[in-house]
Write a protein that binds this ligand. Sequence first.
Ligand SMILES: [Zn+2]
Length: 344
Amino acid sequence: MADFLRTFILISRFAVKWMSFVMMCLSWAVGISNTAQRKENYLPDYNVYHNLSKIYSEISEIAERNPFYMQLDNTYVSRHGRSQLLLHISNFSDSHEPNENGQPQWTPSKVRILFSFGEHAREFFPIESLFHLLRNLTRGIHAVRDSPEELFSRKLLSKVDLFIIVMLNPDGREYIEKTHNYCWRGTSTGVDVNRNFNWNYGGEGSASETGSEELRGPQPFSEPECFVLLDITKKYSFDAFVSFHSGIREIYVPFADSESRRLKRKPTNIELMMKLAKKMAEITEPHFVYGQAFVVNQYTADGTIFDYMAGIKKGIPTDQSSKLEISGSSSPSHLGASSADVIR
Ligand SMILES: [Zn+2]
């Protein structure tokens, strides 16, 4: 378990730490209006941010450059047929590296982690943090053998089996690029995919009114975008699941829903998850707040992805697996329109 913790923290720190840095540097690029709710003052600068087509092309290029470490699966698609870019990262060639006596051996099972990005269309920061993570992971792959960079990449990639959903909701991203409605966070039908999962679905921490940001949809999993998460967790057991968001500098441990708040419900392995959240919070500056979502937040959120993973899929990601949700923002005191996006 100690090895799992070390590996997980190493992988997560790039994404988390970079989020806090990127957000400080780039917050100017999407000017958030403090006075007009749900109205942006400025357009994002696509010389700074990746737009959707650049996300597709760059992820494909990175995967093509590193065929022994990355496999890109384009079979999972949105309602309008756009790839959700499932990226599988590992050292695929080291499953039977010789041991120190030169005898062949099977590598002990790797830490299997699932990351989810791009759930909410308007949250640009997490994707940028993902590119930073990928740059760091792959930096040493083509470096001189046994150089510090090469050792870092080889060792880390030999320890993890990392699956990344790069863009869970590409139709939403396409919508905001087309309409310039940079407050849009739903799918193409306006449903919040992070209220569309079957965990306390339909509770007060979601909405039924069309036009609401927290529209839950007509029934659980009404959005085809959910399928990738359902399917991949059927195929594999995961040691950890992390959903990346932006809007506030906080790290959430399940649960977030209204019934769990009433019951003061805790996931079975809450101690481990709190330990992970604490470690991740400590590497950010200033430190992210962390804790159970319904404790940290004033409001509840029903039908979220990470609650579903923790409450329903707990035997598939193993019962001891960790599920976290991480949100980043430009500053802890940020009070702009998007600062309401805590879990969101
Ligand atoms: Zn979000």
